[in-house]
Design a protein around this ligand. Sequence first.
Ligand SMILES: [Zn+2]
Length: 304
Amino acid sequence: MDVSRLQVKPLSGESDWPLWRYKFKFVLNYHADTLEVVEGKLQKPSQPHEGANEATLEKYKKDLMCYKKANTCAMMVLTNSMTEETMQKIIRFENGREVWLELHKLFEVHMEVLIPNNPIEVNLVTSDDSLLQLYYERWGHQDKRHMKSLLNHELNIQVNIQDELCEACIYGKAHRLSFGSRNNCSSHGELIFADVCGPFDKSFRRFQYFVVFKDQFTKFRYVFFLKQKSDVASALQEFLAYATNLDHIAKEVIGANREEFDKKEVRMFLKKKGVVERFTAPYTPEQNGGSEREIGLLLKWPEY
Ligand SMILES: [Zn+2]
């Protein structure tokens, strides 16, 4: 029989230890006395005391030779059947029995049954629905029907859709209701949007802001540059004076809800002119769409 065929896959750790041990016993058994050496049945003979007779000495020598041969053989097959990493762990031992015991110590799983005094509560999640929810959340709240088919095809997990509603999704995907469409104006000055933009870096003439007035009917825009926000009032006066001069009557001004338009000075002036002043609600720039769009355009133009 070819001895090389007796080779087992090198022992690398506790994962392959049970199989390795099982196979390796046959290898040891194949060689004379090696299994006995590792199992401790064949031990190194103890040296006879001085003055022992010739026959005893002879027997000792014979036994020692037999043991040495078997031990060397055991060490050879052992070290040839383990990875270098495993060998590092047993390198300090010189006989097969010690190596065998050390391997058991290293890789044998010791289990002990512990019976606790108090009953232990264990919570297990087994419901299909929770598994679907888990994967649904991990995959960024995708459609549950999509998740179901994904789990089925990719992971071979069968789940049932119990509830398609997800509170987080309802909140997260909610939209604002439409503002509806504004009634179209029929004459100049009927509705004027106004908004201030800035501050920017100071210009050569120390302007830092600009205010836009836009007529809803003609889409005509007027831009005034301001040194400070409070100059809005004078810009508005100037704008209305200019409009009046052109025979246009301003009826309503919509200003962004900012402190620059909501000033006593501005209010009084508009009141005198009979112009209605309105403000947009906070965080709803859509209400002041006319001038917001203008500002967007004005800021974009220098880039072209
Ligand atoms: Zn969701």
